[in-house]
Design a protein. Structure first.
Length: 94
């Protein structure tokens, strides 16, 4: 739910003060979707508002996978690319 909660804050432009966990989610979002790599938080919120339901569900799953992979790497577990390049359309949904 943390990813969805963070997305909700971005969508409604309420991301003024983000906690450490939310910052991790934002960085994971930027890592799995090149479309928002250099975006400001308001631009990320706009991007999310324009996603379809299926796209949003897939994005949440990719972010969760990325965070889990990063946690595994930090714990010394072998890992791969942590979700980089998966499902990227290379376009904004506008």
């Amino acid at each position: 739910m943390a990813v969805v909660d963070t997305f909700t804050r971005l969508i409604f432009d309420e991301a003024d003060e983000l906690g450490a966990r939310e910052q991790v989610i934002i960085e994971a979002f930027r890592s799995v979707d090149d479309n928002v790599l250099m975006d400001t938080l308001p631009e990320m919120g706009e991007y999310l508002r324009n996603l379809g339901v299926r796209e949003m569900i897939h994005l949440v799953a990719r972010i969760r996978e990325h965070i889990q992979a990063q946690a595994g790497l930090a714990a010394g577990e072998p890992g791969g690319d942590a979700g980089h390049g998966k499902g990227r359309a290379g376009r904004r949904p506008h």
